[in-house]
Design a protein around this ligand. Structure first.
Ligand code: NAD
Length: 408
């Protein structure tokens, strides 16, 4: 998907063939085997990856994912999207991504800590605050980042908070980082609503995934007056046409670890959820959820891609023929996370910390700029929002590579 999107934008931007592989191929791809002692005394080997897509504009930046389906190709695609996302928002980073093929729900806290520390140790030659900075993604959280920071710091002999972002505030994390992606999604939905003439106070939303991104997006949309009528997670979904009490739901999920069983709601499958009529649809779980099979049946006015890669190129082709659906593409829609990660890194490097309103103001200013540039390009060239966002990101990296030249 990532390569297909790149090729189509490269054709449209008329990037010389000689430059394309340089932009496309990941600079560094690491595969490591992690032997871990399980609680029952046995040893199990897990496959783990890190891909650094380009180092042209600064260190690489990107999340670390724990999921059974993680493999090198997926990590490379996610790293490439991170590059275009950072360039679109003007951050001094290349993209990266990492992952361990494991199911974190089936690991004890001790096993999770050992796997995280071993991964960090294996990565030490390839990471650093000026080389590659990790952050949480699917299946990882603040605690995982705290273990990574500790492992790296013990190795160096002094505390290095700037080695990861998305860590606890107590350890040099940034206020507002945990909420940044979901808040950014809601901010951009609000801007898209202005653009298409939708009143958020009368709008309904459906959110797939109720983790970090989905839950905060739902809560933030509710603050804008949007009625959340359906949400789901990996275990199933819930629906209530009159609107779900999202604050109560958030507490319910903290206790039960799933949205399933929440009172005053009917069960709904993930497939039905995506086709539920609503004004705002927020896929905030996994890749490839809106496909050639179901794209014609989604019924929303705004598609806000909280997840990375939730829409396949086949689905995109169908959506292009449906101008009534306004797409906020992933590299724009979920960029709030990496923007506040960047703020966290800057604060750690200068050991001077900002308050939450400074962070929100700076975040919204960057998202506003990226949204307007994308919208203007989309209108000027008559191209879809995704094509416009990718064009901005890819052309900036291309220009930077040309300016630096080819060594030797
Ligand atoms: P998370 O692990 O906190 O939450 C993921 C949620 O999706 C959970 O509720 C899980 O149960 C649910 N889920 C998993 N598989 C599902 C399925 N097949 N159907 C329905 N729901 C399913 O992860 P997250 O950090 O919220 O990340 C979600 C997405 O957002 C990912 O695509 C990630 O790459 C992207 N993203 C995250 C951040 C961030 O700051 N965390 C930033 C940018 C993009």
């Amino acid at each position: 998907m990532a390569c297909q999107q790149f090729d189509s934008v490269a054709d449209q931007l008329q990037i010389p063939v000689a430059d394309r592989d340089r932009l496309k191929f990941p600079k560094r791809s690491m595969t490591v085997a992690l032997p871990i002692r399980r609680d029952d005394g046995t040893t199990e080997v897990f496959s783990a990856y890190r891909v650094q897509h380009h180092l042209t504009l600064g260190p690489t930046k990107g999340g670390l994912r724990y999921h059974p389906d993680v493999e090198l190709g997926e990590v490379a695609a996610l790293a490439m999207w991170m590059s275009w996302k950072c360039a679109l928002t003007g951050l001094p980073y290349g993209g990266a991504k990492g992952g361990i093929a494991c199911d974190p729900r089936k690991l004890s806290a001790g096993e999770l800590e050992r796997i995280t520390r071993r991964y960090t140790q294996e990565m030490i030659p390839f990471i650093g605050p000026q080389v590659d900075i990790m952050a949480p993604d699917l299946g990882t959280n603040e605690q995982v980042m705290a273990w990574m920071m500790d492992t790296y710091s013990v190795h160096m002999g002094y505390s290095v908070p700037s080695i990861v972002t998305g860590k606890p505030v107590l350890l040099g994390g940034s206020l507002g980082r945990r909420e940044a992606t979901g808040r950014g999604v809601a901010y951009l939905v609000n801007r898209a609503a202005d653009t298409v003439g939708l009143d958020c106070g009368k709008a309904t939303a459906v959110v797939q995934g109720f983790g970090n991104v989905g839950s905060v997006a739902a809560l933030s949309l509710a603050k804008y007056g949007v009625k959340i009528i359906a949400v789901s997670d990996a275990f199933g979904g819930i629906y209530n046409a009159a609107g779900l009490e999202v604050w109560q739901l958030d507490r319910y999920v903290a206790e039960h670890k799933t949205v399933v069983g929440f009172p005053e709601a009917e069960p709904i499958s993930n497939a039905q959820l995506l086709e539920t009529p609503c004004d705002i649809l927020v896929p905030a779980a996994m890749e490839r959820q809106i496909t050639g099979e179901n794209a014609a049946r989604i019924q929303c006015r705004i598609l806000a891609e909280g997840a990375n890669g939730p829409t396949t190129p086949e689905a995109d082709a169908i959506l292009q023929a449906r101008p009534e659906v306004f797409v906020i593409p992933d590299i724009l829609c979920n960029a709030g996370g990496v923007v506040v990660s960047y703020f966290e890194w800057v604060q750690d490097l200068q050991s001077f910390f900002w308050n939450e309103s400074e962070i929100s103001d700076k975040l919204f200013r960057i998202l506003e700029g990226a949204f307007m540039q994308t919208l203007n390009l989309s209108r000027k060239r008559g191209i879809p929002m995704r094509q416009a966002a990718l064009s901005l990101g890819i052309s900036r990296v291309h220009e930077a590579k040309k300016a630096r030249g080819l060594f030797p």
